[in-house]
Design a protein around this ligand. Structure first.
Ligand SMILES: Cc1cc2nc3c(=O)[nH]c(=O)nc-3n(C[C@H](O)[C@H](O)[C@H](O)COP(=O)(O)OP(=O)(O)OC[C@H]3O[C@@H](n4cnc5c(N)ncnc54)[C@H](O)[C@@H]3O)c2cc1C
Ligand code: SF4
Ligand code: SF4
Length: 415
């Protein structure tokens, strides 16, 4: 497969639709050169303020998840790891939830990621957690968030389905020279693993990379549409919670003057045409967090909720560190692990992930053949999985993407 030419301008990634807005390039280039901005289309994208040196562009090209996606580094594959074609490397696949009922309730699903973050912080294993939370000043938006206390971690519980850039300040976090854990989307973890190939501090200080299984991140317009339908202006907001406070919990909107509105999860996400999922997500070669130490998912039979429940996460550990963390957190009473699962039970709960993993190679081929810049994908078995589909299915997938490209999709204006 032909490698794309060296990156000449940061906008080449953005205009190909391969930027997910993780913020790593801002951190690598410095805020005097690159700033993440919300575009008029509701995407967080890097804006180049001053020309970048060849060295900086080279570093971004090697680390941006829009340029490289390689799954779990070979040196982190323990001898006893099993690799499932769909679900990737794993040690444990279990059902679990936060043992503390308040965390379980507040968390997006069963509060596993919040419980693990708290366990790591309170046991002294790490000095802080790097993740994201709602922006206190603009609660419909999300900001990079550093947690050093229980209150900080709890404030970041819950899924943020809009744009979020957790890596904007990763260089300054590494400058602290303290052990930390990172929680982010699979593409954010990909970026951090890529960064480890050019900055040795990542492996020294980032002790755990935790992730969520991810169906895609919406543009901010998805949230704005909800506000518009309720006749509420963004400036009036005091709370914008996508889910959590139950599983899945309701989307809850509160205004500074005391109004409150709620939308059921199935109403919020009923029509896929309104999701406004970003282009990078449609060709995501790793939405299941293969590069992380541990990934947490929803666990609804068939892939969607039929009502509220108490909150159960699927948990996949992928490295020795992830497997030990799961066991230690359970032994310490932070997590309840109540069922062994298998990759095939995850297929049942995540049929959309199985479909996507099989479709991605054909979609990327169509983009590449149309001259678009696409990530270099290795170690994620997307070719093997494409081969499990018939030639006709692959051709149809390719043609559907080619037709979307012809319709003007998979292209973004330069920022
Ligand atoms: C955009 C998005 C799409 C998702 N799609 C699916 C899906 O298709 N299938 C599925 O099984 N699960 C999906 N989830 C994951 C699911 O919503 C839960 O996050 C997951 O089950 C973990 O639940 P939890 O209760 O352990 O999380 P919590 O304990 O609530 O912790 C969530 C953690 O994730 C971090 N976080 C939240 N939003 C973001 C974000 N946008 N970027 C970076 N970090 C973030 C928070 O800072 C927090 O640390 C998605 C989540 C997101 C954010
Ligand atoms: S995906 Fe991240 S590193 Fe790549 S261009 Fe976008 S913000 Fe920058
Ligand atoms: S689908 Fe992939 S690219 Fe999109 S937000 Fe999720 S992990 Fe990132």
């Amino acid at each position: 497969m032909k490698s794309p030419p060296p990156l000449a301008h940061l906008d080449d990634i953005v205009s190909s639709g391969m930027c997910i807005g993780c913020g790593l390039c801002e951190s690598l280039a410095g805020t005097d050169h690159v700033r993440m901005r919300m575009t008029p289309e509701g995407r967080l994208r890097p804006q180049t303020l001053q020309q970048l040196s060849e060295a900086t562009l080279g570093a971004i090209d090697r680390t941006c998840p829009g340029s490289v996606a390689s799954g779990l580094p070979a040196e982190l594959h323990s001898p006893d790891v099993v690799v499932d074609d769909v679900w990737g490397p794993y040690h444990d696949v279990v059902r679990a939830y936060a043992a503390d009922s308040d965390i379980r309730f507040r968390g997006s699903t069963g509060g596993v990621l919040t419980a693990l973050a708290l366990h790591l912080l309170e046991s002294g294993s790490v000095a802080f957690i790097a993740h994201v939370s709602a922006d206190p000043a603009q609660p419909m938006r999300s900001v990079a968030h550093v947690s050093e206390s229980r209150g900080d971690v709890l404030a970041a519980a819950g899924s943020r389905y809009g744009p979020a850039a957790p890596l904007t300040h990763i260089s300054s976090l590494l400058d602290r020279g303290q052990p930390f854990a990172f929680v982010g989307k699979p593409c954010d973890v990909t970026a951090l693993r890529n960064l480890a190939t050019v900055d040795g501090r990542v492996d020294r200080f980032c002790r755990y990379m935790l992730t969520l299984v991810c169906g895609g991140a919406s543009e901010l317009g998805k949230s704005t549409d909800v506000l518009d339908s309720l006749g509420i202006a963004e400036e009036e907001l005091s709370v914008f919670r996508y889910r959590g406070y139950g599983n899945p919990g309701k989307t809850r909107i509160e205004t500074r003057d005391g109004r409150a509105e709620e939308l059921a999860y199935n109403d919020m996400w009923a029509d896929e045409n309104t999701w406004r999922i970003q282009y990078r997500c449609k060709v995501c070669p790793d939405a299941i967090g293969e590069a992380a130490d541990l990934a947490a998912s929803d666990l609804w039979p068939g892939g969607g909720p039929t009502g509220e429940d108490a909150g159960f996460n699927g948990v996949i550990t992928r490295t020795g560190a992830g497997s030990r963390l799961l066991a230690e957190a359970a032994a310490a009473g932070a997590l309840t692990v109540d069922q062994q699962l298998t990759p095939r039970s995850l297929d049942e709960a995540q049929p959309h992930q199985v479909r996507k993993k099989r479709a991605v190679a054909s979609r990327l081929d169509a983009l590449r053949d149309a001259g678009r810049r696409v990530p270099q994908v290795t170690g994620l078995r997307i070719r093997t999985l494409a081969e499990t589909r018939s030639e006709r299915e692959r051709a149809e997938e390719y043609a559907a993407t080619a037709s979307r490209i012809a319709d003007g999709q998979f292209w973004e204006p330069s920022s």
